[in-house]
Design a protein around this ligand. Structure first.
Ligand code: BES
Ligand code: MN
Ligand code: ZN
Length: 506
């Protein structure tokens, strides 16, 4: 799938020059620790340091400059990018800086680049390799599928990256790992960016089945039809689906895991998979509806993780659940005031058909706990606009019923540079979700704020005793701002890195 290639070159970047552009990472307050910068600067007659001085650069992370006409060292241009203080260098930080450097190269229309790592030292060369290939593959992403050939042509990408480094098996394995992981993230981004007309529940089934095929028997897919769900009593999930012409598909992926039953964990990942959220009869205003093709981002993240599991061994047994359906208004749609019974027997008064995510997740959570009996459950959902109000557009809200699991996910996310923030699962607010005529209602109704918390408290009513974490990715899954680090405009693929880290290290 990925066409671009990373090559390791042993030897001197000056004697064996490869690629059009030389990428040089530079530490802050550039000093003796920047041997390569100083060496190139010297050959170029001090032009690099002169330019840095002119720009008043301190080589903090987002400081990048380009010097052209550098044929003297056999490269067309040099891209110098700051990586901050040497003592504080972390891999997510380096990933962000390198990604910005790579994007600058893309903007210059160069198709190949060389990277010099002499000054960069990290504890693990595997992790360094992985970070570099993730930066390379993820920062260049743009969704061009529906652009004409001419426009696609204009957006040239770097097809070859050359890294000067002595042969190192660990590093090479890290590069490969980064490529496999990137393919998962890219699948998630493509699915989320794809318009809803092409990501109906049926289409998601096909994606899941393709992943299973690629896995050569390691992953199995099972799909529950609307009839199956009716027989199981999934009244909440089916209520959301009933307004659409597209049949709901409750998709279950299963990765058996390479570990032994007694020592390894059984995990269930659930992804909200509303293939389009019009709001239903509680119709959204047109502006708010424009991006609602992204409402299956949780499911797309789970598919991205399974794409990686198809190629990368993991001890844990992993289930993935995508309760896929479309939220549409029609003569058969659920009405405000209707009461439905969920799989766990609880009744729900649906007062706002636009609070549909919690309804489909309610049945998915109960299903997971009752029929799969996992050691822990994580759900990912573009659940509330309120989380964007609370945390802004980039940070995912983290909720849960188990402190140990919350800490593990925070740790995994921070190691991958994915911003999450733990929110209070403030039990007193649950009373806002109690109905006069049913066990629960699906919106809190009156009063200001706290919408992401009440949504999470609603979900918790469908988990009895299993450790569970909910990630509200309404903001984090989609980026309307300029690209930054590995994050492009549009779908971000948020969550894949964190979940893979969690699965591989726990
Ligand atoms: N899918 C939306 C949440 C959302 C909003 C995702 C913005 C991405 C960006 C969800 O189904 C929804 O409509 N939530 C309502 C809940 C409300 C009716 C209680 C919301 O946030 O307004
Ligand atoms: Mn909605
Ligand atoms: Zn929604």
């Amino acid at each position: 799938m990925i066409k671009a290639k990373i090559n390791i070159i042993t030897g001197d970047f000056l004697k064996k020059p490869q690629g059009s552009v030389l990428l040089i990472p530079v530490f802050e307050a550039h000093s003796k620790s920047n041997g390569i910068f100083n060496k190139v600067d010297q050959i170029l007659g001090g032009r690099l340091s002169k330019k840095a001085k002119h720009l008043r650069f301190k080589f903090k992370k987002d400081e990048i400059f380009v010097l052209h006409e550098t044929e003297k060292i056999h490269y067309d241009s040099v891209v110098v990018f700051g990586v901050g203080e040497k003592q504080k260098l972390t891999l997510p930080f380096f990933q962000e800086a390198l990604s910005n450097g790579i994007r600058s190269t893309v903007e210059l229309k160069y198709e190949s680049a060389a990277l010099i790592l002499d000054d960069i030292s990290t504890k693990s060369s595997f992790d360094l390799g992985r970070t570099i290939s993730q930066s390379f593959y993820l920062s260049q992403y743009t969704f061009l599928k529906y652009k004409n050939e001419e426009d696609k042509e204009k957006k040239m990408l770097i097809s070859e990256l050359y890294i000067y480094k002595d042969e190192d098996h660990e590093f090479r394995a890290g590069l490969k790992m980064g490529e496999i992981v990137s393919e998962g993230v890219l699948l998630t981004r493509d699915l989320v960016n794809e318009p809803a007309i092409n990501t109906h529940p049926d289409d998601l089934v096909r994606v899941a089945e393709n992943i299973a095929k690629e896995s050569r028997g390691k992953i199995e897919v099972n799909v529950l039809s609307d009839k199956d769900c009716r027989n199981l009593g999934m009244g909440a999930y089916l209520a959301v689906a009933q307004g659409s012409n597209m049949k709901p598909k409750f998709i279950i992926l299963h990765y058996k895991g390479s570990g032994s039953r007694s020592t390894s964990k059984k995990v269930c990942l659930i992804g909200k998979s509303i293939t389009f959220d019009s709001g239903g009869l509680s119709l959204k205003p047109s502006k708010s509806m424009e991006t609602m093709k992204i409402d299956m981002a949780g499911g797309a993240t789970v598919l991205g993780v399974f794409k990686i599991l198809a190629r990368k061994e993991c001890k844990s047994e992993v289930y993935g659940i995508l309760p896929a359906c479309e939220n549409m208004p029609s003569g058969s749609a659920i009405r405000p005031g209707d009461i439905v019974r969920a799989l766990n027997g609880k009744t729900i008064e649906i007062l706002n058909t636009d609070a549909e995510g919690r309804l489909v997740l309610a049945d998915a959570l109960s299903y997971a706990e009752k029929y799969l009996r996992p050691d822990y459950i994580i759900d990912l959902a573009t659940l509330t606009g309120a989380i964007i109000v609370g945390l802004g557009p980039d940070i995912a809200g983290l909720f849960g019923n188990n402190q140990d699991l919350i800490e593990k996910i925070k740790e995994a996310a921070s190691s991958q540079g994915e911003p999450v923030w733990a929110m209070p699962q403030f039990k007193k607010y649950l009373k806002k979700m109690k109905s006069e005529v049913a066990d629960l209602k699906n919106v809190s109704g009156s009063g200001y704020g706290g919408g992401a918390i009440t949504a999470s408290l609603f979900l918790e009513e469908f988990v009895e005793k299993t450790p569970w974490v909910h990630l509200d990715i309404a903001g984090a899954s989609y980026n309307e701002d300029a690209p930054q680090g590995i994050t492009p405009k549009g779908a971000t693929g948020f969550g894949v890195l964190t979940l893979i880290e969690l699965l591989l290290t726990n």
